[in-house]
Every structure is written in structure tokens, then in C-alpha cells.
Design a protein around this ligand. Structure first.
Ligand SMILES: Cc1cc2nc3c(=O)[nH]c(=O)nc-3n(C[C@H](O)[C@H](O)[C@H](O)COP(=O)(O)OP(=O)(O)OC[C@H]3O[C@@H](n4cnc5c(N)ncnc54)[C@H](O)[C@@H]3O)c2cc1C
Length: 326
């Protein structure tokens, strides 16, 4: 059985997301190990430019360019992807563990009776097969999953799980006309774009996250200033979102987004397991909390036991000095 690999490429404004370039880089290594073909699927409206970028990584880039795919719709995109998986029969399908990935891939796994591994953070290509690294219980347990030889494998990975390699290829671009079928039971009446934040939360290298200890919505401007100085993003705990201090778009955790930045700073976040599950694979974790027994210190690489309102203004001033000097 061939072990062809297919990457579902997510785009923003018709440009491939960094998380998808990471998967293309990892997919290349997997395809090389199994001497198989690396496919990618790019779908949306006006995707020529995106397909050109992606073909730098792949053997074959399948493009489905259709105006009705301009906005994400699970019914439209899953019907197109189903057609592509049926036609090209890849053994390994990789996607991002984004909101789109969480919505799309379990449906496809059910349709193809595929083995599904979600929210993974790495692969091991040593030895005979492919092993997938998946954290469990808020990172307290790391499991390695080896898919069986027969079923199709569908795996989604957290952004920042792999490095992005140089493209260096000129793969074939295949234009496919797929049947784009809508779920007749659902009509999208209207959609409004949420305010466009500078950096996508899941792709940010730096996140400063506020919890209930930030006390009020207006205090998040301090976190915004620090995020701007660092070129990163502000995140929030669910308590903060439930209190309407921040939008749901900022929520990190089990019922929010899964993030893996190079640096996460939690300010007045207690470290409840539901929150930890969304950020435990951050490369460096810093916690600022005035309670020395706050659970977040069990996960932190560096802990500051102090009032966030004493630490954060000092941090902001130091960062400003560094930026002015550089
Ligand atoms: C099904 C389910 C799903 C959930 N999903 C999520 C999720 O996706 N994301 C999420 O975050 N939570 C989620 N939760 C909620 C989660 O269990 C916690 O209730 C929540 O994470 C707590 O938020 P917090 O840390 O901001 O608040 P708290 O737990 O109230 O912690 C506030 C912290 O701030 C500290 N503090 C107070 N003042 C200061 C100060 N001046 N300086 C420094 N520190 C200070 C306190 O010592 C305390 O540790 C979920 C819960 C359930 C049941």
C-alpha cells in the first residue's frame, strides 16, 4: 500500500498560513521516509498565488478554485475534500489543529473510517513506521501513537509544532473541478469578520495571557502594549471571556484555542487544567501570580510571585528601553 501524504493547506486572504507551511515541511520528511508522493490541497477563491507558494514544497498541488469556497463552510469544504481523498487515496492526511481543522477532520475521519489523531505536536520517523506525539491531561502525559497499517490516518497538529523549511521544489499544479455541494439544511444568512488582529493567536511566537487577576477589561491595555512591543498577541482565560473583558477569539484552553508560542506569559491566570490544556506545549512558560500556590507554577519554567500590576509596568518600561536601544 502506498503511503502518499496529503496536506490540507489553510489560507488567510489567499496566502498559506505559517502552520500549513510547517506541515508541508514535515510532510516532505514523511514522504521521503516512505518514498511516496507529497500532495497538498489548496481551496478557496482566487488561489493561484497560494498554489504557487505551496508547489514549492510538494510533488503535486491540487487546487480547487471556486467562488463559493471564498468563506469557510464545513459542508462545502468537506464535500470537496471528500472527493479529493476518494480520487487520490492518500494514506496520511495532515491538517492544522485550528478551529477549521477541529470542525473539518473528525467529519472526514468518520466518513472514511480513518484513524484520527487530533491536537498532536510532533512525529517520530525513526524505525519502521510513523509515530505521532500527542499530549494528554494538560501535558502531564505524552503519548506516542502508531497508526495501524490499513486505515487512512488523519492527524491534526498544533501550530508551531514543526520548523518551516526552504521550499526548493517546483511541483505539479493540478486544477480540479470538484462538485461543491452545500448542506441543504443550513443557510448562512450573513457573516461579519471579527476585528482583524495583527497576529493570529495560534501562530503567535509570543503570547501574554490575562486571567481574572487582571481585574477589569481596561487593564488589558497594559498587556496590549507589551504584546505590541514583542510583536505578539494577547490571550485570555475563559473567565475573562465569560466576563466580556475580551472576545472569544482570544480564549486559550479546552473550549478555546490551542497555542504553542515560543514564549507564553500568564498574568493572574490560576492554571486550571482546562486552561493548561490549551498552552502546555508553549516552549517557555512564565507565570506572574501573587499566590505562590497557584497551580500554574507547576507548569511554569519561570515563576514570579508578585502583584501583576507591580510587575507588568516595569516589564513594559524595560521592553521599551530595549526597543529604543535596538
Ligand atoms: C468544560 C470546561 C471548559 C473550560 N474551558 C476553558 C478554556 O478553554 N480556557 C480557560 O482558561 N478556562 C476554561 N475553563 C475554566 C477553567 O476551569 C477555569 O475556571 C479558568 O481557567 C480560570 O480562569 P482564571 O485563571 O482567569 O481565573 P481564576 O482561577 O479565578 O484565577 C485568577 C488568578 O489570579 C491571581 N491573581 C489575582 N489578583 C492578582 C494580581 N493582582 N496579580 C497577580 N495574580 C493575581 C489569583 O491568585 C488566581 O490564581 C473551562 C471549564 C470547563 C468546566
Amino acid at each position: 500500500m502506498s503511503k502518499d501524504v496529503l496536506i490540507f493547506v489553510e489560507c488567510k486572504d489567499a496566502v498559506p498560513r505559517k502552520a500549513s507551511l510547517e506541515l508541508l515541511s514535515a510532510g516532505r520528511q514523511i514522504a521521503e521516509k516512505f518514498s511516496s508522493v507529497l500532495f497538498a490541497v489548496v481551496m478557496g477563491s482566487d488561489m493561484k498565488n497560494a498554489a504557487g507558494i505551496v508547489s514549492g514544497y510538494t510533488d503535486k498541488t491540487i487546487v480547487v478554485d471556486d467562488g463559493s469556497l471564498a468563506e469557510y463552510g464545513w459542508d462545502l469544504m468537506s464535500s470537496v475534500l471528500e472527493g479529493i481523498l476518494t480520487k487520490y487515496s492518500p494514506a496520511i492526511v495532515l491538517g492544522t489543529s485550528s478551529m477549521t481543522g477541529k470542525d473539518l477532520f473528525p467529519r472526514l475521519a468518520a466518513r472514511f473510517q480513518a484513524a484520527m489523531v487530533s491536537d498532536a505536536v510532533g512525529v517520530d520517523l525513526e524505525g519502521d513506521g510513523l509515530k505521532i506525539k500527542k499530549p494528554l491531561y494538560g501535558g502531564k502525559v505524552i503519548s506516542w501513537v502508531a497508526p495501524g497499517p490499513e486505515a487512512m490516518l488523519i492527524a491534526t497538529f498544533r501550530p508551531n509544532s514543526f520548523a518551516v523549511n526552504e521550499p526548493g521544489r517546483n511541483g505539479e499544479i493540478i486544477e480540479e473541478k470538484m462538485n461543491v455541494s452545500k448542506d441543504p439544511g443550513i443557510t448562512v444568512v450573513s457573516s461579519t469578520k471579527a476585528g482583524s488582529k495583527k497576529v493570529d493567536l495560534q501562530e503567535a511566537d509570543f503570547i501574554i495571557c490575562g486571567g481574572r487577576g487582571m481585574k477589569a477589561a481596561e487593564n488589558f491595555s497594559l498587556l496590549e502594549d507589551i504584546a505590541d512591543l514583542m510583536g505578539g498577541r494577547v490571550g485570555a482565560s475563559r473567565t475573562v471571556v465569560d466576563s466580556k473583558w475580551r472576545d472569544y477569539d482570544d480564549q486559550i484552553g479546552k473550549s478555546g484555542k490551542t497555542v504553542s508560542p515560543k514564549l507564553y506569559i500568564g498574568c493572574g491566570v490560576s492554571g486550571a487544567l482546562h486552561h493548561i490544556m490549551g498552552m502546555d506545549t508553549s516552549k517557555v512558560i512564565v507565570a506572574i501570580n501573587k499566590d505562590p500556590n497557584a497551580p500554574i507554577f507547576q507548569y511554569a519554567d519561570y515563576g514570579i510571585v508578585d502583584d501583576a500590576f507591580a510587575v507588568l509596568p516595569a516589564l513594559k518600561e524595560e521592553l521599551k528601553k530595549v526597543r529604543e536601544d535596538s
